[in-house]
Design a protein around this ligand. Structure first.
Ligand SMILES: NC(=O)c1ccc[n+]([C@@H]2O[C@H](COP(=O)([O-])OP(=O)(O)OC[C@H]3O[C@@H](n4cnc5c(N)ncnc54)[C@H](O)[C@@H]3O)[C@@H](O)[C@H]2O)c1
Length: 275
C-alpha cells in the first residue's frame, strides 16, 4: 500500500508534532480537532516550530511550502480519503474507542489506523473497529520534530504487510523505527518508568539529594539529563498514570525481582547451590 494522505486526530502537543513531520516529509495531512480554536493554536505552534527549523537551516523547503500541505478540520468526514490515520487525542480509552468506531465507517476499507498512545493497549483499541488486522501503534516521542524514535507496535492481529507499511512510513518521516509488541509500556516506558520511580524511592530513602542523583546518572551513566529533570519534562501526573497502568498489568513486582525464571529456588530455605 502506498501512503499518500495522512490523517491526524488531535492537534495538541503530539498531534501537532506528528502533523508537522508528516507534512515536512511531503505528505498531505488533515488534522481533526474538536474546536477551530484548538486547531488555530496547534497550527500556530507548528508555524513557530517550522520557522525555527528554517532558521537553523534544517528544513529543505520554505515553512510556507510545508504549511501548504496541512489542513485542519472539525469534521471526521474530511478524513475519508486518508491512507493512514494517526490518533493523538487525550489518553482516555473510551474516547479513543468512540473516535475509532466512528471513523471506521467513514474511511476507506484499507486505511490503516494507528494510535500514538503511551500506555493503552493497542489490542483493546483495535476492538472498537472492524479492521483489527489494519490496526497498529505508532508511538512518537516529545518533541516530535526533534526526537528520532518511533515504536511501531503490533498486536497478534496485525497483518504483516500493514506492519511493514507502517514501519516504512515511519522511516519516510525521517524517524528511526523500532519493532515492539503490544505489551504495557512497549520498550521505552517499560524500562523508563521503573527507573524514574526508583529515582524517587532512592531520594525518599535518603540515598542522595535530587541534585546529586541527577548528576550521578548524568555523569556516571552518560545520560543527557538526570531522572528528576526528566520527570519534570514528562510530568509527575503522566508518570503516575503510566505507573498505575503497569500495576494493572501485573508487572508491579518486576522492578525488584531477580530476572530469572526459576524463582522457586529463591524461596526461603532453598539450598544455596540451587541459585
Ligand atoms: N505528551 C507526551 O509526551 C506524549 C508522548 C508520547 C505519546 N503521547 C500520547 O499522545 C496522545 C496525545 O497526547 P498529548 O500530550 O498530545 O495530549 P494533548 O492534551 O496535548 O492533546 C490532545 C488533543 O486531542 C484533542 N482531542 C480530544 N478529543 C478529541 C476528539 N474526539 N477528536 C479530535 N481531537 C480531540 C484535544 O482537544 C487536544 O487538543 C496521548 O495518547 C498520549 O498518551 C504523549
Amino acid at each position: 500500500m502506498n501512503i499518500q494522505k495522512v490523517g491526524v486526530l488531535g492537534c495538541g502537543l503530539m498531534g501537532s508534532g506528528i502533523a508537522q513531520v508528516a507534512a515536512t516529509a511531503g505528505f498531505g495531512v488533515t488534522v481533526l480537532e474538536v474546536e477551530q480554536k484548538l486547531l488555530d493554536k496547534g497550527f500556530a505552534g507548528i508555524e513557530k516550530s517550522l520557522a525555527k527549523l528554517a532558521e537553523k537551516g534544517t528544513l529543505k523547503e520554505s515553512p510556507e511550502a510545508v504549511r501548504a500541505r496541512l489542513k485542519g478540520t472539525t469534521k471526521p468526514a474530511d478524513l475519508a480519503d486518508c491512507d493512514i490515520i494517526i490518533e493523538a487525542i487525550i489518553e482516555n480509552v473510551a474516547q479513543k474507542k468512540e473516535m475509532y468506531a466512528g471513523l471506521d465507517g467513514i474511511v476507506k476499507k484499507d486505511t490503516i489506523f494507528a494510535s500514538n498512545t503511551s500506555s493503552i493497549s493497542i489490542t483493546e483499541l483495535m476492538t472498537a473497529t472492524k479492521r483489527p488486522e489494519r490496526f497498529i501503534g505508532l508511538h512518537f516521542f516529545n518533541p516530535v520534530p526533534l526526537m528520532k524514535l518511533v515504536e511501531v507496535v503490533r498486536t497478534i492481529a496485525t497483518a504483516s504487510d500493514v506492519y511493514e507499511t507502517a514501519y516504512d512510513f515511519a522511516k519516510k518521516l525521517g524517524k528511526v523505527p523500532v519493532r515492539a509488541s503490544d505489551k504495557s509500556g512497549f520498550i521505552v516506558n517499560r524500562l523508563l518508568v521503573p527507573y524514574l520511580l526508583d529515582a524517587i524511592r532512592a531520594y525518599e530513602e535518603g540515598v542522595g539529594s535530587i541534585e546529586d542523583i541527577d548528576n550521578a546518572m548524568k555523569l556516571g551513566c552518560g545520560y543527557p539529563m538526570g531522572p528528576f529533570t526528566l520527570l519534570d519534562f514528562v510530568g509527575l501526573d503522566t508518570t503516575d498514570e503510566r505507573a498505575r497502568i503497569f500495576r494493572l498489568h501485573c508487572v508491579q513486582q518486576l522492578r525488584h525481582t531477580i530476572p530469572r525464571d526459576d524463582q522457586q529456588h529463591l524461596s526461603p530455605g532453598a539450598p544455596t547451590q540451587a541459585r
